[in-house]
Design a protein around this ligand. Structure first.
Ligand SMILES: Nc1ncnc2c1ncn2[C@@H]1O[C@H](COP(=O)(O)OP(=O)(O)OP(=O)(O)O)[C@@H](O)[C@H]1O
Ligand SMILES: [Mg+2]
Length: 299
């Protein structure tokens, strides 16, 4: 099957409205390594129960690549995200940042690492300090990027630009608190933060799962624009294999903490090898197929 042909796996509601800027034929394996891991494992012990949440995973994410990690609830996606972000230590294995062993052994080194990797989480409400007004949230980003001593007008110009990138009006937001925004607006504000921070890597853990379908398409569109504009690596965590097919350069399928399959979306989705991948694909609603009502009994 040719890559531009439609296949039956569909993201639930985003197809028509999202513009996919990625060059699907680009070979990212030739780009420099951004984040990679060998044998990365995380075991949790709670009482008498031992859970291997992430089980010896290997991965290579390249500069500018959009990677989706797909798996069902409990497969280990968030645990791996936390490890990648340096919020949780792996119990085994090693992470490499730009080809070098990652060193986040001190607070200062962690801070430096976080200039390179930032995240957007599922629940936008949990991502903000409730006592900080929106301009303080954005100012923090400018300061983190070394802009502390810039003139006030320049800072306002940068914040206005970041807000307009995500279709928010800075002038209307200055005196508001994040909780005064809708879920979709909050996620857009998160993207405005990333626009200012310009990290090498953006990790987005189910960033659209708590917002309505319309905002979901907008958020995805903005994330993809941001990637195209800045060349950042995006790691997109999702349970939606159809969406992953449409937006990614590489897909990693995660089951019970392991990567059971990975590769370019066409390879993984059109010729799936692992039974788990086949099942995920067969579970996606085929919304473009006509409904077969012939078997429905009319009483
Ligand atoms: N702090 C913890 N202590 C003990 N077990 C944990 C902890 N965090 C996660 N787990 C377990 O690790 C496994 C993977 O959880 P994780 O949150 O990474 O899954 P997930 O793929 O992100 O799921 P979802 O799609 O529901 O967000 C689960 O069995 C979970 O119960
Ligand atoms: Mg999760």
């Amino acid at each position: 099957m040719k890559t531009d042909e439609k296949i039956s796996v569909q993201p639930e509601d985003t197809r028509e409205s999202v513009t996919f800027g990625s060059d699907r034929n680009k070979d990212f394996s030739k780009e420099p390594l951004c984040l990679s891991g060998k044998g990365v494992t995380r075991v949790f012990h709670t009482g008498k129960t031992t859970t291997v949440a992430v089980d010896h995973v290997n991965f290579e994410f390249h500069k500018g690549e959009l990677i989706s990690i797909v798996g069902e609830s409990g497969s280990g996606k968030t645990t791996l995200s936390k490890i990648l972000l340096g919020l949780l230590e792996p119990t085994e294995g090693e992470i490499f940042f730009k080809g070098q062993p990652r060193d986040i052994s001190t607070g200062a080194k962690k801070k430096e690492y976080w200039k390179g990797i930032q995240a957007i989480f599922q629940d936008p409400f949990s991502s903000y300090n409730v006592f900080h007004k929106i301009d303080a949230v954005l100012l923090d980003c400018i300061n983190m990027r070394g802009g502390k001593n810039l003139p006030k007008e320049k800072k306002i110009e940068m914040m206005t630009e970041a807000c307009s990138f995500v279709n928010l009006k800075f002038a209307e937001l200055t005196n508001k608190y994040p909780f005064e925004l809708s879920g979709g607006q909050m996620q857009r504000l998160m993207i405005a933060r990333i626009f200012l921070l310009k990290p090498d890597i953006l990790l987005a853990d189910e960033p659209t799962s708590m917002i309505d379908a319309c905002s979901r398409a907008t958020i995805l569109d903005m994330l993809l624009n941001l990637r195209n504009e800045t060349g950042m690596t995006v790691i997109f965590i999702t349970h939606d294999i159809g969406l992953a097919y449409y937006i990614s350069d590489s897909v990693y399928i995660m089951e019970h903490g392991k990567f059971v399959e990975s590769g370019r979306p066409d390879e993984v989705m059109l010729t799936p090898k692992a039974p788990y991948t086949k099942r995920l694909i067969s579970d996606v609603p085929k919304i473009h197929e006509p409904w077969d009502l012939s078997t429905v009994e009319i009483k």
